[in-house]
Write a protein that binds this ligand. Structure first.
Ligand code: SF4
Length: 222
């Protein structure tokens, strides 16, 4: 079991949330409106791939499924880095089995820039932490990253993409990632259910999909 970007962000909201993802995922309840937001985000991300013109997409699926074949994606990404492909989408990287896929990598004169696409009208701190995790992994894979951007939704369809420079803040989160990623790796493997009392983390920054499970158990224990 490794830590992906999603695992890391969920584990940092609440370690129990990550443990439940790994051991009792069937308890997860994703509200319809949240699923619709996630789907809209995927559509926006797909459109953003072409924002710099021609691109190469690294997504590879396991045969007969819609599950990504991350090992094949990592190999394909490496091939395109070696070829000097100017724009690589869903570029996949792994370091000690910790994994991330970068929405857009764009070649510069000295390395690459990272673009993380978010279907939102402004940049929130959790977006910067998210791309900080990607920087941590990619940097350890010896790819030189110059600048880091978050692409948000523009005011209208004439201007669909706004590029926000978050280089300094995102690179600044590398130590925070390193301080937590190994503990999350250890914790997610434990067989006994990880215990956390419900609290503010159940709603921030996102309402937890195990809210019903944890709060119902709390009520039963009172
Ligand atoms: S409901 Fe709260 S305590 Fe339970 S997993 Fe989610 S965030 Fe953690």
């Amino acid at each position: 079991m490794s830590i992906t970007k999603t695992d890391f962000m969920r584990g940092m909201q609440c370690r129990k949330m990550l443990w439940l993802d790994k051991h009792k995922q069937s308890l997860k309840v994703i509200p319809l409106e949240v699923q619709q937001v996630l789907n809209a985000g995927n559509d926006f991300g797909d459109r953003a791939m072409a924002m710099f013109g021609d691109y190469e997409e690294m997504t590879v699926y396991r045969p007969g499924t819609t599950f990504p074949d991350t090992k094949a994606m990592i190999v394909k990404t490496q091939e395109h880095l070696e070829m000097g492909t100017p724009v690589i989408c869903e570029a996949a990287f792994s370091n000690y089995n910790n994994y991330c896929a970068v929405d857009i990598l764009r070649k510069t004169e000295t390395g690459y820039n990272i673009y993380e696409v978010k279907n939102a009208s402004q940049v929130y701190d959790q977006f910067v932490r998210d791309v900080g995790f990607q920087y941590y992994i990619v940097d350890r894979c010896k790819v030189k990253i110059d600048k880091i951007f978050i692409v948000t939704h523009g005011p209208d369809e004439e201007n669909p993409f706004v590029i926000n420079d978050v280089t300094q803040q995102a690179k600044g989160y590398a130590k925070w990632v390193n301080d937590n990623i190994w503990d999350l790796n250890r914790m997610q493997k434990q067989t006994e259910e990880y215990q956390v009392e419900p609290g503010e983390q159940c709603e921030r920054p996102y309402r937890c999909w195990y809210y019903g499970y944890c709060h119902e158990r709390c009520r039963q224990e009172i």
